[in-house]
Design a protein around this ligand. Sequence first.
Ligand SMILES: C[S@@+](CC[C@H](N)C(=O)[O-])C[C@H]1O[C@@H](n2cnc3c(N)ncnc32)[C@H](O)[C@@H]1O
Length: 240
Amino acid sequence: MKASCGYIECNETEKLMRIRYKKWARPELEASPFYVDNPESKRGKWKESFKNPSLPLYLELGCGKGNFITEMASRHQEINFLAIDLVDAMLGLAKRNVEQIYKEKNIETDNIYLTRFDIERINLILSEEDQIERIYINFCNPWPRGKHHKKRLTHTKQLAKYKEFLKPGGEIYFKTDDDNLFYESLEYFKQEGFKLIKTTEDLHNEVDFWENIETEHEKMFSEQGIKIKAGIFFIGDSPE
Ligand SMILES: C[S@@+](CC[C@H](N)C(=O)[O-])C[C@H]1O[C@@H](n2cnc3c(N)ncnc32)[C@H](O)[C@@H]1O
């Protein structure tokens, strides 16, 4: 069921998975060289799984249909990327997206992996050894009801988990359409010891805030005239 905010009802992950079910997704993912089916086996070894292990490793949490990660990773061959989502159908679309764009650009899919996992249990697939330098959290579910706030991907409970595998100086890039999620997340970052680099309440009217790549949800919300809020935070003494 689609909520008025444009998100799938936040307490209906099961339903979401059924609604978006795509028969072809699982077999295609399993056959893909850049899909990892057993991410727990890669814990602490992600870097060496890439063709060039010496590159920095960036993570996207909740990649959806993959527009963002496809464009970002294909533009930045000097960085390795791992994108995580919970839903096969989303990952299937992301996989097709990656294939199409990398083919158009005539480049190899050497710097990207997709995997399916529940981010609430992320420490089962990532550890300190993975040395993540940057995390992107784009339009995560706002979980508007108080009793569900702990499920937000920016909640202190989650941020504490990310600190276990972020490198000192590691950054989180966060954007959302949702005012409550945004302002409450600013507090979550502060409470978990993240330092603010910068924020904006109107990303699309900023010049050079960051290299912005529009996501599926970002396009939908900005077409409705909703301002996009964003921030960059880091952990440690100084940013990467
Ligand atoms: C609102 S969509 C945003 C998708 C995309 N980032 C965008 O900006 O268009 C949130 C995505 O996060 C995924 N997601 C939500 N909770 C998750 C969790 N606990 N673990 C993994 N993925 C999750 C959903 O399946 C969905 O694809």
